[in-house]
Design a protein around this ligand. Structure first.
Ligand code: ATP
Ligand code: MG
Length: 559
C-alpha cells in the first residue's frame, strides 16, 4: 500500500488485499527471498528483495531468507556470506528465518518416495540427452520412456539405490509421471532427481542425488508455510508443475505469483554473465564499482535508500521492460544531494601561487557542509599562498563564454577570496605548470566590499594541507544500450569505462573521511572512499555519479 493506504500500489498488493478479504491465508502474509548462492546479488535481485521484504513489512507479515542451494557444482559459501551482507545492507532483516534448501534434503527425498508410492514417479534409465530428444516440441508430443511402467516396488528399490550411491552420474533419474503429450513441455515427465556425486557446501558428501529446481522450490515454500511465492515471469510456465507436485502430495500449497524481471539498459543482469566478466578479468571482481551487483554499487557509493527508492519507483509489472539506468542515477543524486557532506577536491591539479598573500600564513575559513541541510553545519578549511585548482578551470586563451580563470581575469575561490591571474609558467614543451595570481584581501568569504561581481567560482585545495588520493571515474560498462546487440555482450564492452586520476588533492578535513559515507566533491560529483587494504596503501576514491546540477545553480541557491 502507499502511504495513504488507499490504492494498492501494485498488482501483488492487490492480490494480498483480496486474500485478506476472503480469509484465504487467515490474513497471514509470508514471503521469501530465495537466492541461489552461485554468484553475487545484482540490482535485479535488489528489486526482488525490496518487493518480498517490503510486502511482508507493509502487511505485518514475515519474509524468509532462503538459500536455494540444490546445485553443488555452482554454489559456494563465499556467495552465502556476501548475499547475507547485501540483504542486510539494503536494510532488511530476516530475523531468525534463515533457511537452506539443503536443510530440507531429507524431507524432499521422503516426498519423492511418497510420490513413487502413489504411482506418480518412476526411475528412468534414459540419459539426459535421450530425455531431451524424446521430450517432443510445442507441436509434437513427446515419447513415453520405456521405463515409465516400472512397478512401484522396482522404483522404490532403484531410487533407494540411487540415493546410496550405487550408480554413476547421469545413469538414472527420477521422473514425475505426468503426461508426455501435455501442451506445456514442463509437464512432460520432468526430472525430479538426478545423480551427482559432488560435495555440497552445506551437506558435504551426505548426498549423491540432488533435487531439481521445480521439485525443490515448491516444497521449500510449502515447508516454510509461505503464502505468496513471488518469482519472475520465466516461471509462469512452471506454475502448473509447482501446483501439480503440491496437489499430488496433498501438502500445504502456497500461491505462486510472477512479475517481470528488472532489466536496465547498458547493463547485464544475469549472474552467469556477470561471472564471465569476473572470470575473464574484465572487471576487478564481483564488487568492481562498474558492476551492477549490490556489493559493486555499495563500493561505488550508492546508498541503500537510493536502491530501495529505485525498486519502488520502477514498480511491479507483468510485462518485461528495460529501465533507463539514468533513473537509478537520478534517484542516487536525489538522495545524496540531501545527505552527502560537501567538500572540495581537485581531481587534476594545477598549482596557483598567490604572490601578494604572505608566505607561510595560514587561514582557517568557514565552509558550509551541505546547503541542503542546515543541520549539517560548518567546517574549517585551510587557505594559504599556494593552492591547487582544477586544470580545466584555467585557459590561456579563453573564449568569451569561459567564466573561469585566464590571463587578466578575476574569479572567486569558493569560501575564500577573489583572485586575478597575472602570469603563466610553462615548461619547455609549452605545458602550463603553474600560474601566478594576486588576491584581493577585501573579498574574504567570497564577496567584494565594493560590490564588484565575478562570474566564475572555483574550488581549490591548499597545497601544503592537501591529502593525496587517486580518483576513479566510471562510465558505463557497455557501449550499447542493449549489451546483447549483435549476439555477444563481450563484444560491446566500453574500453573507457574506467578513468583514473592518480594525483587528486583533497581538502584537509578529509583526513578523517569515512568509508561508509558518500561525499560530494563540489562540482565533480559524489565520491566514496575505498576500504584501504593497508595503512600504506594509496587512498582511492570512486565516483558514484556525476552532478546533474551545474555549479552556477548551486551557487545561486546559496546566495
Ligand atoms: P540470474 O539470472 O542473475 O542468475 P536468478 O533468477 O537465476 O538470476 P536466483 O538466485 O535464482 O537468480 O534469484 C533469486 C530471486 O531473485 C528469484 O526470486 C528471482 O526471480 C529474483 N530475480 C533474479 N533476477 C531478477 C531480476 N532481474 N529482476 C527481478 N527479480 C530477479
Ligand atoms: Mg536461478
Amino acid at each position: 500500500m502507499n502511504e495513504r493506504q488507499k490504492e494498492p500500489v501494485n498488482f501483488i498488493q492487490k492480490i494480498i488485499n483480496d486474500d485478506n478479504e476472503s480469509g484465504k491465508w487467515g490474513k497471514r502474509v509470508h514471503t521469501r527471498f530465495p537466492p541461489e548462492p552461485n554468484g553475487y546479488l545484482h540490482i535485479g535481485h535488489a528489486k526482488s528483495i525490496c518487493l518480498n521484504f517490503g510486502l511482508a513489512k507493509n502487511n505485518g507479515g514475515l519474509c524468509n531468507l532462503r538459500f536455494d542451494d540444490t546445485n553443488p557444482l555452482k554454489e559456494d559459501d563465499e556467495y552465502v556470506q556476501t548475499i547475507k551482507e547485501d540483504v542486510r545492507w539494503l536494510g532488511f532483516d530476516w530475523e531468525d528465518r534463515l533457511y537452506f534448501a539443503s536443510d530440507y534434503f531429507q524431507q524432499l527425498y521422503d516426498h519423492a518416495v511418497s510420490l513413487i508410492e502413489k504411482g506418480l514417479a518412476y526411475v528412468c534409465d534414459l540419459s539426459s540427452e535421450e530425455i531431451r530428444k524424446t521430450r517432443g516440441t510445442l507441436t509434437v508430443s513427446g515419447e513415453e520412456s520405456p521405463y515409465r511402467e516400472r512397478s512401484i516396488e522396482k522404483n522404490l528399490d532403484l531410487f533407494s539405490r540411487m540415493r546410496v550411491g550405487e550408480f554413476p552420474n547421469g545413469a538414472r533419474t527420477l521422473r514425475a509421471k505426468i503426461d508426455m503429450s501435455h501442451s506445456n513441455l514442463n509437464m512432460r515427465d520432468p526430472v525430479i532427481y538426478r545423480i551427482l556425486h559432488a560435495s555440497h557446501h552445506n551437506t558435504g558428501n551426505n548426498w549423491c542425488i540432488y533435487p531439481m529446481y521445480d521439485w525443490a522450490h515448491g516444497l521449500e515454500d510449502s515447508i516454510e508455510k509461505i503464502t505468496h511465492s513471488i518469482c519472475t515471469l520465466e516461471f509462469e510456465d512452471h506454475r502448473p508443475l509447482y501446483d501439480w507436485y503440491l496437489d499430488k502430495l496433498g501438502v500445504y500449497h502456497p500461491q505462486q505469483i510472477e512479475f517481470a524481471r528488472l532489466n536496465l539498459n547498458y547493463t547485464v543482469v544475469s549472474k552467469r554473465k556477470l561471472k564471465r566478466l569476473v572470470d575473464e578479468g574484465i572487471v576487478d571482481g564481483w564488487d568492481d564499482p562498474r558492476m551492477p551487483t549490490i556489493s559493486g554499487m555499495r563500493r561505488r557509493g550508492y546508498t541503500p535508500r537510493s536502491i530501495r527508492n529505485f525498486a519502488e519507483d520502477v514498480g511491479v509489472t507483468k510485462r518485461d521492460t528495460v529501465v533507463d539506468i539514468a533513473r537509478l542515477e537520478n534517484l542516487l543524486r536525489e538522495d545524496l544531494n540531501k545527505r552527502a557532506p560537501r567538500v572540495m577536491a581537485v581531481l587534476d591539479p594545477l598549482k596557483v601561487i598567490i604572490t601578494n598573500y604572505p608566505k607561510g600564513q595560514v587561514e582557517e575559513l568557514d565552509a558550509i557542509n551541505n546547503p541542503e541541510d542546515p543541520q549539517a553545519g560548518k567546517r574549517k578549511i585551510t587557505f594559504s599562498s599556494e593552492i591547487y585548482i582544477e586544470r580545466a578551470d584555467f585557459m590561456e586563451d579563453p573564449p568569451k563564454k569561459f567564466f573561469r580563470l585566464g590571463p587578466g581575469r578575476e574569479v572567486r575561490l569558493r569560501y575564500a577570496y577573489f583572485i586575478t591571474c597575472n602570469e603563466v609558467v610553462k615548461d619547455n614543451d609549452g605545458n602550463v605548470t603553474a600560474i601566478f595570481c594576486s588576491y584581493d584581501p577585501e573579498t574574504k568569504g567570497g564577496s567584494a566590499s565594493d560590490g564588484r561581481k565575478v562570474k566564475g567560482t572555483l574550488h581549490w585545495v591548499s597545497v601544503e594541507h592537501a591529502i593525496d588520493a587517486e580518483v576513479r571515474l566510471y562510465d558505463r560498462l557497455f557501449i550499447k544500450e542493449n549489451p546483447e546487440e549483435g549476439g555477444d555482450f563481450m563484444e560491446n564492452l566500453n574500453p573507457h569505462s574506467l578513468r583514473s586520476l592518480p594525483n587528486a588533492k583533497l581538502e584537509n578535513s578529509m583526513k578523517n573521511a569515512e568509508t561508509d559515507i558518500t561525499y560530494q566533491f563540489e562540482r565533480q560529483g559524489y565520491f566514496k572512499k575505498e576500504n584501504q587494504k593497508s595503512m600504506q596503501a594509496k587512498i582511492v576514491y570512486n565516483r558514484a555519479v556525476s552532478l546533474r546540477d551545474s555549479w552556477a545553480k548551486v551557487v545561486k541557491q546559496q546566495k
